[in-house]
Design a protein around this ligand. Sequence first.
Ligand SMILES: *Cc1c(COP(=O)(O)O)cnc(C)c1O
Length: 430
Amino acid sequence: MLFSILSNFTEILVAMKKEDMHPESVMMSYGYKPELSEGAVKPPIFNTSTFAFKTAEEGKAQFEIAYGLRDKNDNEELGLIYSRINNPNLEILENRLALWDKADDCAVFESGMSAISTVMLEYLKPGDLLLYSSPTYGGTDHFIHHFLPTIGVHCITFDHHHTQQEIIDKIEASGHQNRLKLIYLETPANPTNDLVDIEMCSKIAKQFSHSEQKVVVAVDNTYMGPLWSHPLQNGADLVLYSATKYIGGHSDLIAGAVSGKAEEMQRVKVLRTFLGNMASPNTCWLMLRSLETLKIRMDQQTKNAQQVAGYLKQHPKVENVFYLGLLTENSAAYPVYKKQYSAPGAMISFTVKGGEPEAFAFLNKLRLIKLAVSLGSTESLAQHPASMTHIGVDPIDKKRYGITDNLIRVSIGVENAEDLIYDIQQALSE
Ligand SMILES: *Cc1c(COP(=O)(O)O)cnc(C)c1O
């Protein structure tokens, strides 16, 4: 009996290729061969700018592929050339990150903003049209409002209030519908947790695509990925990350990532080569370390957040709590939530009774939770969107999106939930 269980087990293991396993099971090993590095169990940091070719012919072949002059032959791999193009730490990290979203490929950047701006620059040329969801991250908002118009890109927006038909009407009314190139989404929206339907937007992209133009859908998945949401499965072409957040997860690095289908990733990687904004071997190494605990960190963070949100909801000094775990089944957002997310995440926004003075009093009294921007890290962080991350948002838009003076945003970490609740309790008391 015991023997048969054991032999079954080994058969299962043999039948399961590494690619078929859950990402968390292979984050310690995937894409790295110890025998190429003196048997070291962990990848060394490859602090080298350049790599020696075996022959001149090999060097020529590598450059042809790297510059996109020809496709790879069967079984041909892009070898190591120069660390702006590729580096072992960068490649191992990209291969591992791609697994979470079941993407063909991934590109890692030196910041979330460089991932976002590189995608926008690749897909938007003078005269093109960008459709984007609002609100977006402050840096993204700035790039769209203050940089893209200077190179002649037209930008129009929608938010969770708009229906599919209303969005289509907006595209047609812009006068640039034949130049629509990119639909850029951020969902859940920061800081309000409003949801955008990715599948609906990918239908709109298909409707405006024709033989000469493919409308690409890109989703900033920083808030929910790469664990609780997989936009590629809802029809997106590219998924973007500030890897500074959950992926890095320890508030000790800045990085970004883009994952997606092979043909789109080829374009993104070629532009990255020439903008030169890839992450360094050191940063990649730190992220490889972070990925080993990504799932247990995020699991604990969302468990804690559910308890904290429940506490906030019943507190007499709290007016409203915006948390995906508190959505009611009859709300308009609920079907989108069920379709796109496997957990409610660890980002909570809530309003305290009163205004800025009451919000500031709460923030100043926190002891365990740090008063800082950023999110997705092991430690819990709290901030005041109206005067901090979203200070640059137009006052009318602020009102429309509910970024009020009494709104507080909290990112929940891996601490003990009881201690977090105790800290919030004492900070809300007189
Ligand atoms: C932080 C953040 C960014 C920008 O990323 P950086 O790593 O700071 O450049 C983009 N989008 C969202 C949703 C973010 O939270």
